[in-house]
Ligand binder design. Structure first.
Ligand code: NAD
Length: 249
């Protein structure tokens, strides 16, 4: 028996990295997956991968930094599949690297728009679509939703915001069968990280993870699958690290 048979899932930022791995895993477990991304080529290629593996997927292009992007994504999902059971608010960017006193103002706004406001807009349109049957929403925060780091004030502020927003929203719907949780991945080698950091800095990140290596997108997807499934039926408002021990230090 597949874990998500007949469930309908939206995944934002599903064209790459953690979102892509999540789309493939949820589809493998029987979900009908709406693959959403601002990048049409990558998004459509993930749908092809899902179909090749015998699953069901559908691409909807959307900009997660905009309320209208989420509104049309939910509308498109209801039109295509007639419901919404699972949403993974995963789209995100790393943003500029600079100390707070020199941080580019437009960079700040862009990171907040996608990484924090984007999650709020997601919840704002996903929750009403789940109110009849209930559902599970997973917001992809970061270890930097609990800890700081140098040179990324906007990213750290946005991810801390996602953890708080998740708790607030979870409490609003805890008695209405809509579970809302956030997760905190450690560093994973995806374009978000490799575009910003050189090889030497990447190697330095390994030592921050007691497990002795970086994470894999597939390992993050496994936690998302569990939170999405009925196995996590008593879990809401929580923040789960999946970080090779990073936050235990
Ligand atoms: P990634 O760059 O591989 O994937 C991000 C995806 O989001 C891309 O496909 C991109 O096109 C899409 N995207 C960006 N802006 C968008 C927008 N405005 N609208 C719609 N889609 C948009 O990165 P990833 O590492 O897989 O990141 C996924 C999530 O995981 C992000 O929220 C990120 O902050 C978080 N995260 C990543 C790491 C890591 O080390 N990679 C660690 C902790 C948390």
């Amino acid at each position: 028996m597949k874990k998500l048979e007949n469930k309908i899932a939206i995944i934002t930022g599903a064209g790459s990295g953690i979102g892509r791995a999540t789309a493939l895993l949820l589809a493998k477990e029987g979900a009908k997956v709406v693959v959403s991304d601002i990048d049409e080529k990558n998004g459509k290629s993930v749908v092809s991968e899902i179909e090749k593996a015998g699953g069901e997927g559908f691409f909807i292009q959307s900009d997660s930094s905009k309320a209208e992007g989420h509104e049309s994504l939910v509308e498109g999902t209801l039109k295509k599949y007639g419901g919404l059971d699972i949403a993974v608010n995963n789209a995100g960017i790393g943003g500029p690297i600079a100390p707070t006193g020199e941080y580019p103002l437009d960079g700040w706004q862009k990171v907040i728009d996608i990484n924090l406001s984007g999650v709020f807009y997601g919840l704002r349109y996903q929750i009403p679509a789940m109110r009849q049957k209930g559902g599970s929403i997973i917001n992809v925060a970061s270890i930097l939703g609990q800890a700081g780091t140098q040179g990324s004030p906007a990213y750290v502020a946005a991810k801390h915001g996602v953890v708080g927003l998740t708790k607030a929203a979870a409490l609003d719907y805890a008695d209405q069968n809509i579970r809302i949780n956030s997760i905190g991945p450690g560093y994973v080698k995806t374009p978000l990280v490799t575009n910003a950091l050189d090889d030497e800095t990447m190697d330095g990140l390994v030592s921050l993870h007691p497990i002795g290596r970086l994470g894999k997108s597939e390992e993050i997807a496994e936690l998302i699958l569990w939170l999405a499934s009925s196995k996590a039926s008593f879990v809401t408002g929580a923040y789960y690290p999946v970080d090779g021990g990073y936050l235990a230090q």
